[in-house]
Design a protein around this ligand. Sequence first.
Ligand SMILES: Cc1cc2nc3c(=O)[nH]c(=O)nc-3n(C[C@H](O)[C@H](O)[C@H](O)COP(=O)(O)O)c2cc1C
Length: 240
Amino acid sequence: MPFDLGLDLAYGVSEGSVRLWIRPSKHLQTIMSILLRKCEGAEAFYADVKRRRSVRDFSDRSVPREIIEDCLLAAGTAPNGANKQPWYFVVVGDPAVKRKIRKAAEQEEQAFYGERASQEWLNDLAPLGTDAHKPFLETAPYLIAIFGQSYGLDAQGKKVKHYYVSESVGIATGLLITALHHAGLVCLTHTPSPMKFLNRILHRPENERPFLLLVVGYPAQNARVPMIEKKTLAEIATFI
Ligand SMILES: Cc1cc2nc3c(=O)[nH]c(=O)nc-3n(C[C@H](O)[C@H](O)[C@H](O)COP(=O)(O)O)c2cc1C
């Protein structure tokens, strides 16, 4: 059945000419106001997410566990290959475990900054002011280790195929970062590469590969972020 927009038409005569008015019916007015709200919604969302920044100076202020739980549930809504949901999140709040992670991460980072990284990579990192020291791994109240499951295991221990694992985990991570920001928290996407030590410290099985480590909390009072630019719409998109 055709959709009835129900435009109300009216006409009148003024100074010798006939004028036609089109007044949107109640139905159309409702649709227009929904569309307008949706447009405003997109603008407001952009205004909010453009305030998000990677923070490297954390306060030790605690974060209610319920907030983290809701953010993880939001991450779990992500689209993913064949709905296999090939992710696993380990939330670390235990200071002793955080210390172990910091020690292992700093070891990898020393090798990275000292020998493994190319000069080009080091030059690209220079404006961010990062180095091998990662005190935030102990200061921040939570570290969320994100794992991608290259395959699943059913109740009998039989392998279950997973699809588009890194794409799926990447999308879930993006949602998680956005949810944390929306909850008034800050985070840092940290990748002390290689991250295999996370399996050992967090007792994760062979089918899980560390994807990245999210450092989560509130910013320190004197936290600063590097001055960076984001690309313009014309640089990142084309409409055809
Ligand atoms: C996959 C990935 C890995 C990253 N690894 C690190 C890291 O190991 N250490 C760090 O300080 N920042 C890391 N970052 C943060 C980026 O440097 C940061 O997102 C980028 O400079 C843009 O800044 P913004 O997040 O404030 O917009 C990483 C970001 C991504 C997406």
